[in-house]
Ligand binder design. Structure first.
Ligand code: C2E
Ligand code: CA
Ligand code: CA
Length: 280
């Protein structure tokens, strides 16, 4: 029995070892990916349903992995978060986003979106040089501060409301705006909304599940939209997948929508080509 236990222990250690080597290899490949320019910027339109126009875009990162092809953030951001590489990715996305929108606005002032929204990880939010990073990036790229929104998830905001609020206030004093992302998923008390300075509320797509045909679901969503408006926030519904959901949202007075039904995330060139009038 003792020998068996020993054998199992050795097998366990070998398995641990393999996983550790594998993890280190993944981490090395991700680091190289950032340095070699394998990250790609995808943009998803955020539509003003009243004006019928793309008012803003959300920046969503992809990894063009030479081995595995185009990778969604869910396949590499968890590793990036546990190894600290996430802040390098966020910095790259921030810079690339400002450069991209600046160029678009220069070349097509009437057709370009008014703003771009960039996801900020908890680690970057905690980094003391975030306000400097943002002002420096805006200055270097020439993008107006009003054209930049920073998205922070509700879960990240709730970790330390007292510590986070002044940091967001500092960012807002530079002219950039703040969006609360994934609203309604944090199992939070609503008290933090009073203290967190924000401009935009992004309602998590789970609120759209079962919306069509269920009065209870509709009433709940209506209350959330109302809450956002009462707080003076712009309200964006995320994950709109069909025309029926969009119609419900518009009926509830939710003006801004994002989702596959309106447009999928795409590289800037594809978005611009799609927005080009036929023959133009
Ligand atoms: P998120 O910030 O909530 O972004 C929205 C996600 O929903 C995106 O997934 C988008 O492609 C997807 N989506 C949009 N419309 C629909 C729809 O109609 N139906 C469904 N089912 N999904 C829709 P994506 O691009 O895979 O990103 C996943 C998450 O990864 C993001 O969720 C965000 O939390 C994170 N992420 C993406 N890019 C960055 C980044 O540059 N930095 C950081 N820190 N996180 C990022
Ligand atoms: Ca987001
Ligand atoms: Ca979201």
């Amino acid at each position: 029995a003792k020998e068996q236990g020993k054998a199992r222990c050795v097998a366990f250690q070998a398995d641990m070892h393999t996983r550790l080597v594998d993890q280190l290899d993944q981490e090395r490949r991700l680091r190289v990916a950032i340095d070699r320019g394998e990250l790609r910027l995808y943009l998803q339109p955020i539509v003003d349903t009243v004006a019928g126009r793309t008012e803003g875009v959300e920046a969503l990162v992809r990894w063009q992995d030479p081995q595995a092809g185009l990778r969604a953030p869910g396949t590499f951001l968890p590793l990036a978060e546990s190894t600290g590489l996430i802040t390098d990715i966020d910095r790259w996305v921030l810079r690339e986003s400002c450069l991209t929108l600046r160029a678009w606005q220069d070349e097509d002032p009437a057709g370009a979106p008014d703003w771009i929204t960039v996801n900020i990880s908890a680690a970057l939010l905690d980094s003391p040089d975030l306000p400097d990073l943002v002002t420096r990036t805006l200055r270097d790229t020439g993008l107006r501060p009003e054209a930049l929104l920073l998205e922070v998830t509700e879960t990240t905001l709730m970790r330390d409301v007292a510590g986070t609020a002044p940091r967001l206030e500092r960012l807002r004093s530079c002219g950039v705006r703040i969006a609360i992302d994934d609203f309604g998923t944090g199992y939070s008390s609503l008290g933090y909304l009073r203290d967190i300075p924000a401009d935009v509320l992004k309602i998590d797509r789970s609120f759209l599940d079962g919306l069509v045909g269920s009065a209870r679901h509709r009433d709940l969503l209506a209350a959330v939209v109302q809450l956002g408006h009462t707080l003076g926030l712009r309200v964006v519904a995320e994950g709109v997948e069909d025309a029926a959901q969009l119609a419900e949202l518009v009926g509830l007075g939710c003006r801004y929508a994002q989702g596959y039904h309106l447009a999928r995330p795409a590289p800037v060139a594809a978005l611009r080509a799609a927005a080009q009038p036929v023959g133009g």
